[in-house]
Design a protein around this ligand. Structure first.
Ligand SMILES: [Zn+2]
Length: 233
């Protein structure tokens, strides 16, 4: 007869991956999602230690932002791309939560993080949410919320249109694509709050800008931004 621990281990393997999402090497018992060498090699920006930093500068002259940061540099054909691909297209929600937790730990020493009232992930349209089954930004936001002990709000901001994929668009096209994409139906819920908007990757910032604009229509609100990855333009 098979020992119970072996059966339990095999059942666990059904739910948790046994190979590294970035390099494919087999994971050791104490490793989660990525092997230790891949976790170490993930390219941290440490932008949260600089003010102003390149993320904040990307929004200069566009919308008033209190603070902003990204955890990793986004480079194509690297570990971070593999990880984000797994989170977005391979149903690996847990990796997003784990990345959010790790980002949360990095941010614990930031004074400004204590000013935040609520964490809001960039919402998906109903149609997109239905086809993917989950919102990848909400996974990151959950991990952040857990470590920073700040409540998460997924009901106050809605995405009213299903915007097209922006990967091959120019900056002007991206701005047009996300214009009026978001809605804050009951702005009273955000009244006077400092909102931390969360997204997976920062490229031109047009999606975050469009969403932040809508939130800032609620009286006396402030916005800070976090993204997991930062794409160099
Ligand atoms: Zn690895």
């Amino acid at each position: 007869m098979m020992p119970l621990s072996r059966i339990f281990g095999d059942v666990l393997k059904l739910f948790y991956p046994t190979s590294c999402e970035a390099c494919g090497d087999e994971l050791l018992g104490n490793e989660n999602w990525l092997c230790i060498s891949c976790w170490i090699a993930m390219p941290k920006t440490n932008f949260h230690l600089q003010h102003p930093n390149p993320v904040e500068q990307r929004f200069f002259g566009r919308i008033p932002i209190q603070h902003a940061s990204s955890m990793y540099y986004f480079n194509k054909d690297t570990r971070i791309q593999e990880v984000l691909h797994a989170l977005k297209y391979k149903n690996k929600k847990e990796i997003g939560i784990e990345l959010g937790r790790r980002f949360g730990h990095e941010l614990l020493d930031c004074e400004w993080i204590r000013e935040i009232d609520v964490v809001i992930p960039i919402p998906l349209s109903k149609q997109k949410l239905k086809s993917r089954g989950y919102n990848q930004s909400e996974c990151i936001a959950k991990g952040l919320s857990e470590i920073l002990q700040i409540p998460i709000d997924t009901g106050s901001v809605l995405r009213r249109k299903n915007t097209k994929s922006q990967t091959s668009m120019s900056v002007a096209q991206r701005i047009e694509n996300v214009k009026d994409a978001f809605d804050v139906p009951i702005s009273a819920s955000l009244l006077g709050k400092h909102v931390l908007l969360v997204d997976d990757v920062l490229t031109t910032g047009s999606t975050l800008e469009s969403c932040a604009r809508e939130i800032l229509k609620a009286p006396d609100t402030k916005i800070s931004l976090l993204t997991l990855a930062y794409a160099i333009e």
